[in-house]
Design a protein around this ligand. Structure first.
Ligand code: HEC
Length: 120
C-alpha cells in the first residue's frame, strides 16, 4: 500500500466512525421500545429507572461508560463495587443491570442500524 492509499484508508475509517457515532446517545426505554428492541412482555419500569440513575450517579469519577463497550459478564462483575462507590442501593443495581443488559442485547440486535436508517 502506498502513502496515498494509506491516507485514503485512514480518511475512510474516520468517516465511518463519525457516521456511525452520529446521533447515537444512550437510548431511553421508550426508544428501545419504539425500535422494537424489547420482548413483548418486558417490564420497562426497571429500564426507565436504570438509565437516569446511571447518567446521574456514574459520571463523577469517569466518563459515562456505554453498555456495549464491555461484555455482559464484565458489567456483572464490576457493577457491585461501582454501586458501592456511587453510594447506591440494591434496587438501583437491579435497575442499572436490567438497563445495561437490554442495551447490550439491543445493540447486538441491530438497534444502532435501525436508528441510523430512520435518521437518514
Ligand atoms: C467513586 C468513583 C466512582 C464512581 C462513583 C463510579 N465508578 Fe466506575 N470506576 C471507578 C474506578 C476507579 C474504576 C476503575 C477501577 C475499578 O474497577 O475499580 C471504575 C471502573 C468502572 C467500569 C469498568 C471499566 C472498564 O473498562 O473495565 C465500569 C463499567 C464502571 N466503572 C461503571 C460504573 C457505574 C455503572 C457506576 C455507577 C453505578 C460507576 N462506575 C460509578 C470509579 C467510580
Amino acid at each position: 500500500m502506498n502513502k496515498k492509499q494509506l491516507i485514503n484508508l485512514c480518511a475512510f475509517i474516520v468517516t465511518i466512525t463519525l457516521v456511525s457515532c452520529a446521533n447515537y446517545v444512550l437510548p431511553t426505554a421508550s426508544e428501545l421500545k419504539k425500535y422494537d428492541m424489547l420482548a413483548e412482555n418486558m417490564d420497562i419500569t426497571a429500564l426507565e429507572r436504570g438509565r437516569p440513575v446511571m447518567v446521574q450517579n456514574c459520571v463523577e469519577c469517569h466518563r459515562l461508560i456505554y453498555p456495549e463497550e464491555l461484555p455482559t459478564a464484565a458489567w456483572d462483575e464490576v457493577l457491585p463495587s461501582m454501586i458501592r462507590k456511587a453510594d447506591l442501593q440494591a434496587q438501583d443495581m437491579k435497575d442499572i443491570q436490567a438497563y445495561v443488559h437490554t442495551v447490550i442485547d439491543s445493540v447486538k440486535n441491530g438497534y444502532k442500524e435501525k436508528l441510523a436508517a430512520e435518521q437518514k
